[in-house]
Design a protein around this ligand. Structure first.
Ligand code: C2O
Ligand code: CU
Length: 493
């Protein structure tokens, strides 16, 4: 792409500038810590050195320009005003090969400040896109150039880390291809799930105000019964008027086309803000091959439960006909739907119900890392309790008893094996997401960056502190994150 001069704004704040909120400067953690030591900020030499190591000589550059803007989109029979990347929801599918440099010139044409977070990537901390932690917010009318090596193959996505903008149409997909990919499939489809409210009479900001002020608006208490009893002990907090697959309602679904007998690889992303989806394809079983970008020991299942921020790659052997790919909002009344078509014939009704949803349902915690993908065995150097709590009234969510920005940071030094003991002490499920790292569920579980923790469930994940900087750790329910369920994995030296 040709370079066009963007209204670029300097973000060379130095580490103190962006961290001035003080929230990440506190010390904490168990054991003899790096307490009292220097914080490794996003613009530190350590962060630059880590990115230099990722950049091979002759690195290929993949360049894109993206404009975040107000626009009007047709969801299929329903036209809404929203904010999107360009004119479509979902936004663009960006594609690199592992090791490439991705350069995205973002223009902010929104009436609000914004940012882009590259969800799931072990990227350079200064490009992580978290205002207040890794960069200044990009003001309305300004721009910012993201430039990052995409180190690991897999299915990723990107979205703002500013307020509740994720619950607008601001999301796009990033696929990082694997040079060593054996292939073995004939079709490759990207499937993005979303819960939709924007432009239907209220915005996500209105929903947040409703939750916080307990006007009852948007609260799950008024919600109808889900189709199945929830495997997550409940639903989210917001009753959405629409659920979308690839930006379309079930009334006018997106179509994924192939031929009978072909094998399709489906890259599934839950870009929802408050909804886990139970996904199945009528007349088929799904073989799960990757979770959050990383290979798992393949498992075949009828249905898959996908938390907000999680991604799964599955393969399916296509039968002959027209089949509904249904994403049922877990614990809620609505569904999203797309069509898989390998033959002529009538489309299923938007209200179609498929048996597969009521059969075997797989969660990320059921999976095992495939060989060579798990963390190497070593002893734990540092351990943290991450206690998830909160209440609906008042609407406030906590980690270790505090709400961001008052949460205590988890201080680590480079080169450690770090264990997070996540304990959910609330009656709500939380998809816990860590930036810049892919943790491993203990005892050989899948490598992931986002994991659903059910009400009152405890689970442990390990990570290697090999990517210096300041990294958000938060619930991927955007309303929980925005009202406090967030902290920082903070490197110090
Ligand atoms: Cu998609 Cu901080 O996350
Ligand atoms: Cu949560």
């Amino acid at each position: 792409m040709t370079s066009r001069q963007l209204p670029r704004r300097s973000v060379l704040l130095g580490s103190l500038g962006v961290l001035a909120a003080g929230s990440v400067a506190s010390c904490g953690g168990s054991g003899p810590g790096p307490a009292g030591t220097r914080l490794i900020g996003p613009h530190s030499e350590e962060v630059r050195a880590a990115e230099r190591l990722r950049r091979a000589r002759g690195q290929r550059v993949v360049a894109h320009r993206i404009t975040a803007q107000p626009t009007t989109v047709d969801l299929g029979g329903r036209t809404v005003e929203t904010w999107a990347y360009g004119d479509s929801v979902p936004g663009p599918v960006l594609r690199t090969t592992a090791g490439d440099l991705l350069r995205v010139e973002l223009t902010n044409s929104l009436p609000d400040e914004t940012s882009i977070h590259w969800h799931g990537l072990a990227l350079s901390n200064d490009m992580d896109g978290v205002p207040g932690i890794t960069q200044d917010p990009i003001r309305a009318g300004d721009g910012f150039t993201y430039e990052l090596t995409t180190p690991d193959p897999g299915t990723y996505f990107f979205h703002p880390h500013s307020g509740v903008q994720l619950d607008r149409g601001l999301y796009g997909v990033l696929v990082v291809d694997d040079r060593a990919e054996p292939g073995g499939y004939d079709q490759e489809w990207v499937v993005v799930l979303d819960d939709w409210v924007d432009g239907t009479g209220r915005t996500p900001d209105d929903v947040l105000v409703g939750l916080v002020s307990m006007s009852g608006m948007g609260h799950g208490g008024a919600m109808g019964e889900g189709m199945f009893s929830s495997l997550l002990g409940g639903a989210g907090d917001v009753d959405y008027p629409q659920y979308l697959v690839n930006g379309r309602t079930p009334a006018a679904p997106a179509t994924l086309s192939g031929k009978p007998g072909e094998r399709a690889r489906i890259r599934i992303i839950n870009a929802g803000s408050d909804t886990a989806f139970r996904l199945a394809l009528g007349g088929h079983r799904l073989t799960v091959t990757h979770s959050d970008g990383f290979p798992v020991r393949p498992v075949t299942t009828d249905a898959l439960l996908i938390g907000m921020g999680e991604r799964y790659d599955v393969t399916v052997d296509l039968a002959d006909g027209v089949f509904p790919l249904v994403a049922a909002a877990e614990g809620k009344a609505g569904v999203g739907m797309a069509l898989v078509r390998t033959a002529a014939g009538a489309a299923p009704e938007p209200e179609v119900r498929i048996r597969e949803l009521g059969r075997q349902v797989l969660l990320g915690t059921d999976l095992a890392a495939s060989s060579g993908v798990g963390l190497v065995r070593r002893s734990v150097d540092r351990q943290f309790d991450v206690v998830l709590g909160g209440t609906i009234m008042p609407y406030r969510w906590t980690i270790n008893g505090a709400s961001f920005p008052d949460t205590r940071a988890l201080d680590v030094a480079s080169g450690e094996r770090v264990r997070l003991r996540i304990r959910n002490q609330s009656m709500m499920f939380h998809p816990v997401h860590l930036h810049g790292h892919t943790f491993g569920l203990v005892e050989g579980g899948a490598r992931k960056d986002t994991v659903i923790v059910k009400p009152m469930q405890s689970l442990e994940v390990d990570l290697d502190s090999d990517n210096p900087g300041q990294w958000a750790l938060h619930c991927h329910n955007i309303y929980h994150a925005e009202t406090g369920m967030m902290t920082v994995l903070s490197y110090r030296s």
